[in-house]
Design a protein around this ligand. Structure first.
Ligand code: WTA
Length: 650
């Protein structure tokens, strides 16, 4: 199946189908196909009417004048309306019986535990909001958060939202350089961090990285440090403050600041196909509505559910489906600090058993690791509380889907394979567990308000089973509004490929039932263990090493991570050796972080290039994957380069 203009080929053939169980459908929020179709058609034909109705699910300080203004890419939602995300996630529940319901059930990697009720979470958020104010943070400022998966991370996010400051979370696996780049780009005024965090029993020295990053950033005035591991850290007077010191004298009285619906809620950096990370900006009303409604529709969240999303809050999945979506719904959300295989490979299943988790949302890369570790681990635990399973981050291979369904779901739990992106803010394409007949490997159909199409580069819609570009034809409330500080790049990146449509880089096809099968990125973005990494970013890191002349980075199929990182490197002089390979690997880790650790470095005298000097990545991808090079090589400048690479193939 191939179309000449997209060049995207799909080889996956999967015919198994799993209808929803009637018991599940009977009590689901969306329980009939007719209900879904009615919602979907209304949202398509009358987005303002549909979303205006939905927005009544949120608490507004001032009702909007207009639901939707403008067309893509310049859209505004709930214009004139005022609300506060922290109020919606906390205060409004305090007026109900939920005030003493568990909001966050947290477990640290060493086994320490903490449960925060809505009332307790509200108190700490108000206190920390006052601390931020005391440090000079004002409405409209940016605060960088570089923290482990501890409750203070959620508290800090909601405290920022409470006073109208935008948070910019940097995943704890990123390096000092990455923290500096991101805080500079966002012009962050304050960084909140911790002495360290726990990962597989080892320390992750976060404060040390912040100290290093501050040598390169001029905007950060204050640093707040949570004591987590207890290791020694250097505290700079009048710059660094302990979280607990600030909190001990902070008042718990802090009204939520009414902000415009289009007021920035957060910036989250993500990799694009050029070197510099993109600061995806989300605003308050639309984002909160998107995450609130999709949590309810897709996870079928009920009052009595215990819900666990295993993502790190440093990624969009954690923002939307550990914090904002579940808390806005008044749900109980589980948060775990550490690794799935610490102290052993049963940790996740032990957590599910301990808290009687009902809804479990994880990533294909984790599922593949569980499969490798063996069924004995999950089989040791009582997983009968589970009623729904979710997957996110990359296409789930049908075999992993079947394992998830059989071994974890006991053939009882529906699986929601949710497709979305940092840029979309909320889930876009996913089964609805009460109505959708699922097929392993397909994220199925668009949610209400989502109008996708699969098109050629020229924008022509493709018939079933033809691979093409996945685009959105209509705006939706939780879409990104801009790339921070670079509106041109925003327009260029997402709205210039296909006229009038949003496009963020995935290829897909529909099948004869109209189900969508996402085939992966079509740009130079890798998806390593569900994390987006730009090949260009890794190349820039390599080239910054004094011995490297040129580098080309490509992905190759990897059993656990989905995609592995293969780097082709040419040196200024001399040949590569094992010690230089190690040095380059640690060089990349230092520049970007452990998540970007190359799997293979291959030294080469030259890179295959076209006559116009473009590196022929397609050929390198074939070599990295150990495939025969079948593609067209007629434009290759120097055939001997390719021959040499083939000779060296290991
Ligand atoms: C990929 C993560 C197939 C896709 C929420 C997308 C998926 C990128 C799926 C976004 C899925 C995510 N099936 N592919 N269910 N979910 N992707 O921004 O390539 O970290 O463009 O957001 O992950 O990654 P991001």
């Amino acid at each position: 199946m191939q179309t000449p203009s997209s060049g995207i080929q799909s080889t996956l053939q999967e015919h198994r189908k799993f209808p929803p169980r009637p018991e599940f459908s009977a009590s689901a929020h969306i329980s009939t196909v007719a209900q879904y179709e009615q919602m979907w058609n209304q949202a398509k034909d009358d987005p303002a009417g549909f979303w205006g109705e939905m927005a009544n699910q949120l608490d507004w300080f001032k009702k909007w004048d207009k639901v939707l203004e403008g067309t893509m890419p310049e859209t505004k939602w709930f214009v004139g309306g005022q609300l506060n995300a922290s109020y919606n996630c906390l205060d409004r529940h305090l007026l109900t019986w939920r005030k003493n319901k568990a909001a966050i059930i947290w477990e640290g990697e060493p086994g320490d535990r903490r449960t925060l009720t809505y009332l307790e979470l509200h108190r700490e958020v108000c206190q920390f909001a006052n601390c931020l104010k005391r440090l000079g943070v004002r409405k409209g400022d940016r605060v960088a958060l570089y923290l482990p998966m501890i409750p203070e991370l959620a508290i800090a996010m909601l405290a920022c939202a409470r006073i109208g400051a935008a948070h910019s979370i940097v995943f704890g696996g990123f390096s000092a350089d990455a923290v500096a780049d991101r805080s500079n780009d966002a012009q962050a005024k304050v960084i909140v961090t911790a002495d360290g965090g726990w990962r597989r029993g080892k320390d992750v020295p976060l404060k040390k990285a912040v100290d290093e990053s501050l040598k390169k950033s001029s905007t950060v005035e204050k640093v707040v440090v949570v004591r987590r591991t207890g290791w020694h850290v250097d505290m700079v007077p009048d710059r660094d403050y302990w979280w607990h010191d600030l909190m001990s004298s902070a008042s718990a009285d802090c009204d939520a600041e009414p902000v415009d619906s289009e007021h920035p809620l957060f910036i989250l950096y993500t990799s694009g196909s050029t070197g510099k990370p993109k600061g995806v900006l989300h605003t308050t009303g639309g984002y909160l509505l998107g995450t609130t409604m999709t949590s309810r529709w897709v996870f079928d969240l009920k009052e009595e559910d215990t819900y666990w999303c295993t993502a790190d809050i440093g990624w969009i999945t954690g923002h939307s489906y550990i914090v904002y979506g579940p808390l806005s719904n008044g749900a109980t959300t589980v948060m775990y600090e550490g690794a799935p295989n610490w102290p052993d490979e049963g940790r996740f299943w032990e957590i599910i058993e301990r808290y009687r988790v009902n809804i479990f949302y994880t990533a294909p890369t984790a599922i593949r690791a569980f499969i490798k570790w063996g069924d004995d681990w999950p089989n040791k635990y009582d997983l009968s509380s589970l009623r729904l399973l979710g997957s996110v981050g990359e296409p789930i291979n049908p075999e992993a889907w079947m394992w998830y369904h059989t071994v974890i779901g006991a053939e009882r739990c529906p699986i929601v394979d949710t497709w979305w992106q940092t840029e979309t803010g909320a889930i876009m394409i996913s089964p609805l567990p009460g109505i959708t007949e699922t097929k392993p490997g397909s994220c199925t159909r668009p949610l209400p308000g989502v109008v996708p199409a699969i098109v050629t580069k020229e924008g022509a819609e493709l018939p079933a089973n033809s691979g093409g570009l996945l685009v959105m034809k209509q705006p939706w409330p939780s879409m990104l509004r801009t790339l921070y500080g670079d509106h041109e790049r925003f327009k260029q990146t997402y709205f210039s490929t296909v006229e009038g449509c949003y496009f963020a880089g995935d290829g897909a096809r529909t099948d004869e039932d109209g189900y969508i099968w996402v085939m992966g990125r079509v740009d130079d973005v890798l998806n390593v263990a569900g994390h987006r990494l730009s090949t260009m970013e890794i190349e820039s890191a390599l080239v910054s090493h004094s011995l490297v002349s040129e580098a080309a980075v490509v992905g190759f199929p990897h059993e656990i991570k989905g995609e592995g990182i293969c780097c082709f490197v040419t040196l200024k002089t001399g040949d590569g050796n094992d010690s230089l390979e190690k040095e380059l690997i640690s060089h990349v880790r230092k520049h970007i972080g452990a998540l970007a650790t190359p799997d293979k470095i291959r030294f080469t005298a030259g890179l295959p290039k076209t006559r116009s000097g473009k590196i022929m990545r397609r050929l390198l991808r074939d070599i990295a994957a150990g495939r025969e090079q079948t593609g067209d090589t007629t434009t290759l400048e120097d055939f001997t380069v390719l021959a040499k690479l083939r000779e060296n193939d290991d």
